[in-house]
Design a protein around this ligand. Structure first.
Ligand SMILES: [Zn+2]
Length: 331
């Protein structure tokens, strides 16, 4: 099987082409390191300026999605230390948070001393969302190059639940802790508006409601939200413009009491569903749903290629997959 000699993407990755040197089109079309650095600092400057303009508008300056994973924990640290914001965090409990993730959430919230909300859909809702995402082709393959279908469903719920809360509470910044490879640079600082979010929501909500009826409705925006154009937040992804160094990240978040989990697979620090979601995705499409993220981290010099390949080559924990299947009633 052909694998790009610069990153870690293989020949099954959607839209991939290799040149005569064995380098993929994603690598050859990537911006130079200098250009990336300059784009990053522009985004950072813009965010700093927006913080000055919008800070102090209401009870909270920002709503931060907090999963208890390493990236969102580090993002929380940046929001506090670098931008001095009043933060409301929220987490999404899909009934498959690892025990370590739950412990980490409690420890970090306590040490960071921030307010928190938990969004917990009913177990039956989650079960039907997960089973539908597994068995039906509810998303086009193009939508699944950076995440499995289960992840895509959960991330949608997290994202739109965040928009609901931010709009309802008039919070100017909605912050996500996606790593540089999970989210493109273009998502670093985005002023959202009803039209944009309505289009995004329709693309995700339509396939889910076709299968599940109104089960997922309460987590998405309603017309009353779209009518409040002035309350649509800036969507911010600080890790797209902050420096991303896993060693620094682990060291920093340890100071908040965060501990590295030993109960999830190699690519997730918080969700037990991940192993099953990744296995199904790999079997179906021929590439690990984390491949794009890891390829990007390798490309921008945040991870050695050998380490990226090793991470992608790790087998998914079979016992975890079995346990999750049992909980979902899949025999
Ligand atoms: Zn490549």
């Amino acid at each position: 099987m052909q694998v790009c000699l610069k990153c870690v993407l293989n020949e099954h990755f959607l839209g991939i082409r290799f040149d005569e040197n064995g380098i993929c089109n994603f690598c050859s079309s990537a911006d130079s390191t200098d250009k990336q650095r300059s784009i990053r600092s522009k985004h950072e400057e813009r965010f700093k300026q927006l913080v000055q303009e919008h800070k102090g508008r209401g009870s909270y300056d920002c709503l931060a999605a907090y999963s208890g994973g390493k990236d969102s924990t580090y993002t929380l640290h940046l929001l506090m230390e670098r931008y001095d914001l009043r933060i409301l965090t929220y987490s999404y409990d899909n009934w498959f948070q690892s025990d370590t993730a739950k412990r980490n959430i409690r420890a970090v919230l306590r040490n960071a001393n921030v307010d928190h909300l938990t969004v917990t859909p009913s177990f039956e809702s989650i079960k039907s969302i997960v089973l539908t995402s597994l068995s039906d082709d509810i998303y086009p393959p193009k939508a699944l190059t950076r995440a499995s279908s289960i992840c895509t469903s959960c991330i949608s719920l997290v994202r739109f639940a965040g928009f609901r809360i931010a709009i309802d509470q008039d919070i100017p910044f909605l912050v996500f802790g996606m790593s540089p490879g999970q989210a493109p640079m273009a998502t670093a600082v985005v002023k959202t508006n009803p039209r944009m979010i309505k289009t995004m929501q329709a693309a995700l909500l339509r396939p889910l409601t076709e299968k599940l009826g109104d089960t997922v409705r309460p987590f998405f925006l309603e017309q009353r939200h779209f009518d409040k154009a002035e309350s649509f937040p800036y969507s911010i992804n600080p890790l797209a413009f902050a420096e991303y160094n896993e060693e620094v990240i682990y060291k920093t978040i340890a100071e908040y009491g965060w501990r590295k989990p030993d109960d999830t697979d190699a690519n997730s620090t918080n969700c037990l569903l991940n192993a099953l979601a990744n296995q199904v995705h790999l079997d179906k499409y021929g590439f690990n749903p984390y491949a794009y993220e890891i390829a990007e981290l390798v490309r921008i010099g945040c991870m050695a290629r050998e380490e990226g390949l090793a991470r992608l080559g790790e087998p998914f924990p079979a016992d975890q997959i079995e346990e999750v299947k049992k909980k979902l009633g899949i025999v």
